[in-house]
Design a protein around this ligand. Structure first.
Ligand code: F6R
Length: 609
């Protein structure tokens, strides 16, 4: 979603702004723009399409300045046009914005009555005029911004520059992420730290309602009430190199191959000891787990598929009623809260608007036992949760989530073990066996990655297809869902997943020679049932692509392609079996020539509803 970068420096900030925008490209966008303060005026360039186009336009116009703000826009209000691209200008001030202003229509009418003219369809232009309006009476950019944001309903992260105030930026956040980067006699703002890694690793994460003022030498943060607020300075663990492509063709491919390392890092703090300690989820975890009688898992997209997998594990191994729910549904649904519920929210970014809102909804219903499983340490989700677990996937740049998913699964399996233990359902031998299986997991994933050339050959056969069906049973059904999501989002092939037993209740009608059917067939208790389902497909002329483990036996037949992924991985089988599905989607997208890391219409961090 929209990305913001801003800088106040004694050097030309245009290269810093453009590099920051490039590093935010992964969030997804359709237009970009920047403003610099130069010789008492504002110089603005905007363009539809890639940041590279903006860079060329900026170079063409010789744009140069020591203070500036920049933006990548993912269209919400108004089409992706140059007129709707940020920054938006009102008089001598410019604004960039991420979020959605819910009362923009009422404000727009009020400002029009006051004589303001609108040149875009965006909600952001309202903010620019509103600050401008308050600037008339306040004559101070910080005060005017504080007054303006007090009138906004909805979510915003904003950066504001004023032509008559070189070496000064004001920013504010509520509901959308924004941080301040601290340099030496230069300071910055950004939507996330990756944008600033070439210039600083020292950052302040602004809190809800904060407004901050940046100069060359100082940064001042004020809370919602306008009181000076002390905010901790963090040293980011990320480095500029971590977000580089290296020898890989796409970030998605790099991230798929990083999974053995990412899963090992995620488990490092857990498996050091010979037993699972609840404290890996926070110091209150033992107390919370002891009173947990059911689990509600809330998430979106790929993270929701991790939640679905975990619901199977929790019921089977911890004996706890567990339910996974799509966050955007839960937040608006009348539900019946039970106080002994542990609410688990799962998110790569920790900034997904629906997941955050679902967490708030659960808390508003009195459910105080919350656990956030997340890949970003300082995210809103982590800060809002009582218990936390950080996945250690490292920055995920490709829009399609891969290593975040497998690390979430690793974390959720550890949670399953911790809860099983708290309920007396895990004896020391079982615990030792599971720990051993977790230790073996990175190598099993590494072995699955070796199948890439063979899977790439399968992917060629998908290139001219318009639809695909994914089948799984039990705990592998969510993996089928994830395989279908991966394929559709990056190759644009329409894909659906079904629990294989559902085939004859409808989807079988779709099966013909043009409908490839992908099945996940580990050697588990459901294999024989699944085989009958595969027969149903073959009998209708469908072409089957089956990922199985070494122990699964399926007779060779026409139209049945089989690939052995791993020796049977037991309970952790879903974590290994998702890997070939990620590779299949990646190579199908390559063959079709899509923009793998930035699929059309999608954003990495979905910070608006
Ligand atoms: C799919 C994908 C999305 C995200 C979803 C939630 O590949 O990446 O479906 O999983 O937008 O995002 P997070 O995990 O950041 O809350």
């Amino acid at each position: 979603m929209c990305g913001i970068v801003g800088a106040v420096a004694q050097r030309n900030v245009v290269p810093i702004l453009l590099e920051g925008l490039r590093r935010l490209e992964y969030r997804g966008y359709d237009s970009a723009g920047l403003v610099v303060v130069h010789e008492g005026g504002l110089e603005r360039v905007r363009s539809v399409g890639r940041v590279q186009g903006l860079a060329e336009a900026a170079a063409g116009h010789g744009v140069h300045g020591h203070t500036g703000i920049a933006h990548t826009r993912w269209a919400t209000h108004g089409a992706p046009t140059e007129a709707n691209a940020h920054p938006h200008i009102s008089g001598e001030l410019a604004v960039v914005h991420n979020g959605i202003i819910e009362n923009h229509e009422a404000l727009r009418h009020r400002l029009m009555d006051l004589g303001y003219r609108f040149t875009s369809e965006t909600d952001t232009e309202v903010i620019a005029h509103l600050i401008h309006f308050h600037l008339r009476s306040e004559a101070d950019l910080l005060r005017a911004t504080q007054k303006a944001v007090a009138e906004l309903a909805g979510a915003y992260a904003i950066g504001v520059a004023l032509a008559s105030a070189p070496n000064r930026l004001v920013c504010a956040r509520q509901g959308s992420p924004l941080l301040v980067g601290l340099g030496i006699e230069e300071n910055f703002i950004a939507s996330d730290v990756s944008a600033l890694l070439p210039v600083t690793q020292r950052v302040i994460y602004l809190e809800e309602g904060d407004v901050a003022e940046l100069g060359l030498l100082a940064v001042r943060v004020y809370d919602r009430e306008g009181r000076p607020a002390a905010r901790e300075v963090h040293l980011s663990e990320l480095s500029a190199e971590m977000a580089e492509l290296g020898a890989y063709r796409h970030f998605m491919q790099k991230e798929i191959h990083e999974q053995p390392r990412a899963v090992a890092d995620t488990l490092a703090g857990v498996l050091g000891a010979q037993s699972i300690a609840p404290e890996v989820f926070g110091f209150e975890a033992a107390e919370v787990f002891a009173r947990t009688e059911q689990v509600l898992l809330l998430a979106c997209g790929t993270s929701y598929h991790a939640a679905c997998t975990a619901a199977h594990w929790l019921e089977a191994h911890a004996g706890l009623p567990a339910r996974a729910e799509v966050a955007s549904e839960y937040r608006y649904r009348a539900s019946v809260p039970r106080p002994d519920t542990l609410v688990v929210t799962i998110s790569q970014s920790g900034e997904t608007a629906d997941t955050l809102a679902a967490l708030k909804q659960a808390q508003a219903l009195g459910l105080a036992d919350t656990l956030g499983i997340c890949n970003v340490a300082e995210s809103a989700l982590i800060r809002a949760s009582r218990l936390r677990f950080l996945t250690r996937a490292g920055p995920e740049i490709g829009v399609a989530s891969t290593k975040a998913f497998t690390t979430q699964l690793a974390a959720l399996f550890v949670l399953t073990l911790a809860l099983a233990k708290a309920r007396g359902r895990l004896n020391p031998e079982e615990e030792a066996r599971h720990i051993q299986a977790l230790r073996a997991l990175p190598q099993q994933i590494a072995d699955a990655l070796k199948l890439e050339p063979a899977i790439a050959a399968w992917a060629e056969r998908f290139a001219d297809k318009h639809h695909a069906l994914f089948l799984g049973r039990g705990v592998h059904y969510p993996i089928a869902l994830e395989g279908a999501l991966k394929l559709k989002e990056i190759s644009y092939i329409h894909a659906e997943a079904y629990p294989a037993g559902e085939l004859k209740h409808g989807p079988l009608a779709l099966v013909d020679k043009d409908m490839p059917v992908v099945a996940i067939a580990p050697n588990d208790a459901l294999l024989e049932k699944l085989k009958s389902n595969l027969e149903e497909v073959r009998a209708r002329g469908g072409e089957l692509y089956v990922f199985m483990d070494h122990e699964a036996h399926i007779a060779e037949q026409d139209n049945l392609h089989m690939m052995r992924v791993t020796p049977h991985a037991g309970v952790l089988s879903p974590v290994v079996h998702v890997v070939p599905l990620q590779i299949l989607a990646y190579h199908a997208a390559l063959v079709r020539g899509t923009d793998v890391d930035k699929p059309r219409n999608l954003a990495k961090s979905v910070t608006v509803e």
